[in-house]
Ligand binder design. Sequence first.
Ligand SMILES: C[S@@+](CC[C@H](N)C(=O)[O-])C[C@H]1O[C@@H](n2cnc3c(N)ncnc32)[C@H](O)[C@@H]1O
Length: 215
Amino acid sequence: MADKIKIARDDKRAIRTRSLVLLKPAHKEVRKLKRDAHVPSIHGHKIWNSSFLIMDYLSRNKPPKKSRFMDLGCGWGLLGIWAKKKFECKITAVDADEDVFPYLELHANINGVNNIKTRKKRFEKLKKADLEGFHTLAGADICFWDELTPVLYKLIRRAIKAGVKRIIIADPGRDPFYQLVELCEKDKTMVAEVVERTTTRPKVAVADLLVVTPA
Ligand SMILES: C[S@@+](CC[C@H](N)C(=O)[O-])C[C@H]1O[C@@H](n2cnc3c(N)ncnc32)[C@H](O)[C@@H]1O
């Protein structure tokens, strides 16, 4: 593992929340990655708030210790890093955009976490076999385009068939997300619940969580 990068407690461009250290886009370590031409292109250019609301949900509805956990559309990877720290989950972080992974690795480093497996893969290409053995699949802010609704619905169906115990997708309230909720609610192979959560840390945020379990 690379030497640990130290982030000073009074660093104005770092945020501390939920036992994590997060770097703002203007932080010098983040800017260094941008200069190295790692420029995420599908909205993975920062940490999105819904990931904190999934963390809060999981704090109350814990996955089993050391269980396998997939962070879908991981971006900078904080959700998986947190689940690894908190529950020692075995993390696979999946994203279509390989330029997000250097930011994930930076955050894993500053949070003292290693062994996060990264996979460059589109949701539509994740096969049933890729999902077998995972207890939880979770994705924050990943249902933001109309075309992602059927893609994520089919992924959830494959996950249920693969034996995944719980799938959580969080969103601040976009239409494609609610269309996904409707599809899951109508599907007899699964039970879909919507949980509203709010937080004030690190800033005020609201999200609905679609929580899907096998029927
Ligand atoms: C809005 S960002 C959210 C990132 C992260 N989950 C967070 O909360 O900070 C959406 C992420 O989904 C990824 N993504 C978008 N479409 C995808 C697809 N079809 N397959 C896999 N990843 C995708 C993007 O590259 C991006 O990193």
